[in-house]
Ligand binder design. Structure first.
Ligand code: DAH
Length: 353
């Protein structure tokens, strides 16, 4: 029987070393340590062994049972270890791989241009004044010296608003330009000291609206930046100096400026403001044609407008200008279609860094 025990132990250990998974472990335990295993048979049969042999066989059987149990435990933990190290090898995390780049947002080209305008005019002492987008006829036209029926209104085809309390002589509308902000700004300032209103130097940016057939150069909504300076003794040369300096700061120190006589109801005299084309240097190209780019309108604030704003035209003078920041952005970034600005096409917006 001792030989039999030796054989049982040897066979069990040999088989254990070939076990590679949980199912194998379970099977092995049933076969070699289970109720019907050869080893348990020996315990069951101890009664049939002689008294002399019994203690030695019993002891040996117990030793083998312990040995198999501990070999089993050893195999369990060896297999666990093996599984762990296999998964550490296989699923290895490579921390040196470059991460996925985050798609960063960026500023809209119009916003970039506006912020640059704010910075430049800020350096020249101009404050930003925000004015409403819903106006009435009085502020958008009448107080700016466009009486009802004035032909200059034709250039600004207007979105009128229907209101229940409609006042037909002064309907609400979407502002067609930022110039009505001049009236609000002047009146606000003049109300603080009507006999001696303070000097003003401000820009008034914002969206304006016109009824347009849209095409590559026309949109029903676009930005303007209005400029206004009011004080005692302000002259046309101040206007020219300011806009010439702005052009150099915005487009480079070599930039030339040109003023052409024009007409606006709210300025006298009035001018168109051009800059020498920064693409061709003024020799004439596809974009400019003549070597000059039209950037905006300007002039000396009309005495009637000054009076409507609460400033005595005998004491005060001032200049005003209106710029198209989208036109500036189109020239700088070679944007060929103004409709791209508000289409929110990420392929377009992502090009400006
Ligand atoms: N408001 C004018 C327009 O939209 C632009 C303009 C021209 C504004 C001359 C001014 C100016 O302040 O002086 O057509």
């Amino acid at each position: 029987m001792l030989d039999e025990l030796k054989r049982i132990e040897k066979a069990a250990l040999a088989e254990l070393s070939t076990v590679v998974d949980q199912a194998g472990l379970d099977g092995w335990r049933v076969t070699h340590l289970g109720r019907n295993s050869d080893l348990m048979q020996i315990f069951d049969n101890l009664g049939s062994v002689t008294r002399e042999e019994r203690p030695a066989i019993g002891r040996r059987a117990n030793e083998i049972k312990k040995a198999l149990e501990s070999a089993f435990e050893g195999r369990v933990s060896a297999l666990e270890q093996e599984t762990l190290s296999r998964s550490l090898q296989g699923d290895r995390l490579d921390v040196t791989l470059p991460g996925r780049r985050l798609a960063l947002g960026r500023l809209h080209p119009d916003t970039r241009t506006l912020r640059e305008l704010y910075r430049i005019f800020g350096e020249m002492g101009f404050q930003v004044y925000r004015s409403r987008e819903v106006e009435d006829d009085e502020h958008n036209f009448q107080l700016l010296n466009f009486p009802p029926g004035h032909p200059a209104r034709d250039m600004q085809d207007t979105f009128f608003l229907e209101t229940r309390t409609g006042n037909s002589s002064n309907p609400l509308l979407l502002r067609t330009h930022t110039s009505p902000g001049q009236i609000h700004a002047m009146r606000e300032a003049a109300s603080t000291n009507p006999d001696n209103p303070p000097a003003l130097r401000m820009i008034l940016p914002g969206m304006v609206y016109r009824v347009e057939q849209t095409d590559a150069r026309h949109e029903t909504q676009f930005d303007q930046v209005e400029g206004l300076a009011i004080g005692r003794g302000i002259r046309f040369s101040d206007l020219k100096g300011t806009l010439a300096d702005f052009a150099r700061r915005m487009f480079g120190p070599q930039t030339r400026t040109r003023f052409r006589a024009s007409f606006f109801p709210f300025t006298e005299p009035s001018a168109e403001y051009d800059i020498g084309c920064f693409l061709c240097g003024g020799s004439g190209c596809e974009v400019c044609g003549s070597g000059w780019l039209e950037i905006g309108g300007c002039g000396m604030v009309h005495p009637i407008v000054l009076r409507n704003g609460g400033y005595d035209p005998e004491q005060y003078t001032g200049f005003a200008f209106g710029l198209g920041p989208q036109r500036i952005a189109m020239l700088r970034y070679h944007i060929e279609d103004i409709r791209l600005f508000w289409q929110n096409d990420i392929r377009f917006l992502g090009q400006f860094s």
